[in-house]
Design a protein around this ligand. Structure first.
Ligand SMILES: NC(=O)c1ccc[n+]([C@@H]2O[C@H](COP(=O)([O-])OP(=O)(O)OC[C@H]3O[C@@H](n4cnc5c(N)ncnc54)[C@H](O)[C@@H]3O)[C@@H](O)[C@H]2O)c1
Length: 413
């Protein structure tokens, strides 16, 4: 995309000006793109739109009123269960759409959004920023270079240390709003696992529990009002039982473990826990000639390293056979370790020129499908659940018109 002629400044809209609106500020750059229109039904969202995007931005209560502002693209940054309607509305109008992950909270809605993009031939991009996280890009590059042979397994442990503040004090805590945290939070890692392994889950089994927050009786008595996570986040609260003002409804799991078999035969595991003292992700990719692991992920500013073990020896060797630190990574920076800026840049390039991207709407759908299958499994005693495949005509459309990067070359099971 770098050899393309310069594009005119893009006119952008933002639907939902909450915590994640910071992403759109990364796109608001004179000469490249300008946020000219926002919508949020909440007064706080509309006030934040003014302070984030300046006096010139047009501000609406209803996203339907943004079309009159002449937009090239919109960021849909609403809560997960509010993605489908605005995404489809702007796709129908021929406006390119960025949807935050997870694409939606049901498979039927995912497929409706993909079908709308395909029918209207309008560009759809899903914000899976982990595909731009420097530490994971380094691991993916090592896999592509053959550092560990053929990938046979990917394991991810996700220690969600701020889970109580982030996921149990607002809409995230409700099944009705999210389906569950294996979808809400897990979509990130399920997609990254697919990307590292070069396949997508077809068979899923999971166990999980509401082990800690369910027993906490300190629930918010009134409505949430304009308060957001920035207003209550407090790293000093520990242990998790000391948390106060939880969401009145808490019915999602706070610990879960998923096993999957991918369509290329790779086996994966994903563990997610919302009451650990630390907050980071640990991935291991195991090939038939070695193993890669990250220690630290760079998202919270911690200095990550990636280690490669690919010579046989006894015991744990901290120095490994190769260690890569942040200085050797492609990119680094603020906002999920630099991932957010890279994500936004890829989206803007895609809006202007089309073409292949590292993220993929089809892969985003597969992450949701896997999260739903895992949630179904854990809520039915760990039974094996098959992930429904995308309709062939949609798979074919996106493969031809909007290829994402699927991962290392796939191998037959
Ligand atoms: N990629 C990441 O790393 C990452 C991180 C955080 C959140 N997210 C995702 O970003 C999205 C937004 O999350 P958040 O934490 O900013 O939520 P939030 O609750 O802080 O903000 C959502 C905003 O959307 C507004 N809104 C609700 N319904 C709307 C509608 N119909 N039209 C317009 N605005 C509406 C709300 O008033 C609120 O201001 C979610 O899908 C979430 O999963 C992604």
């Amino acid at each position: 995309m770098t050899d393309q002629p310069p594009a005119p400044e893009l006119r952008l809209g933002v639907v939902g000006v909450g915590l994640r609106a910071g992403l759109a500020t990364l796109a608001d750059r004179p000469g490249t793109a300008r946020v000219v229109s926002c919508a949020d039904p909440a007064a706080r969202g509309r006030a934040d739109a003014r302070s984030l995007f300046g006096p010139g931005v047009r501000i609406h209560e209803r996203y339907e009123d943004m079309l009159a502002d002449g937009l090239d693209a919109v960021f849909v940054l609403t809560p997960d269960d509010q993605h489908t309607a605005p995404a489809r509305y702007f796709l129908e109008a021929g406006v390119a759409v960025f949807v935050e992950k997870p694409l939606t909270v049901t498979l039927a809605d995912c497929d409706r959004v993909l079908a709308t993009a395909a029918r209207t031939r309008t560009r759809l991009y899903v914000g899976h920023n982990l595909r731009h996280l420097p530490v994971l890009r380094t691991m993916r590059r090592l896999v592509d270079e053959g550092a560990i042979g053929t990938v046979r397994a990917v394991w991810c442990r996700h220690f969600v240390g701020h889970g109580g503040d982030y996921y149990f004090k607002d809409w995230h805590a409700e099944r009705d709003r999210t389906t569950g945290l294996l979808l809400q939070k897990g979509a990130h890692d399920l997609d990254a696992i697919h990307w590292l392994a070069g396949g997508t889950a077809r068979t899923v089994t999971a166990l999980g529990d509401l082990a800690v927050y369910g027993a906490n009786a300190h629930r918010r008595s009134g409505p949430q009002g304009p308060r957001r996570v920035q207003d209550w986040f407090d790293e000093g609260v520990w242990p998790p039982s000391a948390l106060r003002d939880l969401n009145p409804v808490v019915d999602v799991e706070d610990i879960s473990m998923v096993l999957t078999r991918l369509d290329n035969g790779v086996l994966t595991s994903y563990q997610q826990c919302h009451f650990t003292p630390d907050y980071w992700r640990n991935y291991t990719v195991i090939g038939d000639e070695g193993r890669i692991e990250n220690l630290g992920d760079g998202i919270e500013g911690d200095p990550p390293v990636v280690k490669v073990w690919n010579r046989r020896r006894s015991g744990y060797r901290p120095e490994a056979d190769r260690t890569l630190d942040a200085e050797t990574f492609e990119t680094a920076g603020a906002g999920h370790g630099g991932a957010d800026q890279a994500l936004v840049d890829e989206f803007l390039g895609f809006v202007a020129h089309g073409g292949a991207t590292d993220t993929s709407p089809v892969a985003a759908r597969e992450a949701v499908a896997t999260g739903i299958a895992a949630t179904t499994s854990l809520r039915s005693g760990g039974t094996s659940v098959q992930v429904p495949a995308l309709a062939p005509d949609l798979a074919d459309y996106f493969a031809r018109h909007q290829p994402g990067s699927r991962g290392p070359a796939t191998r037959p099971p």
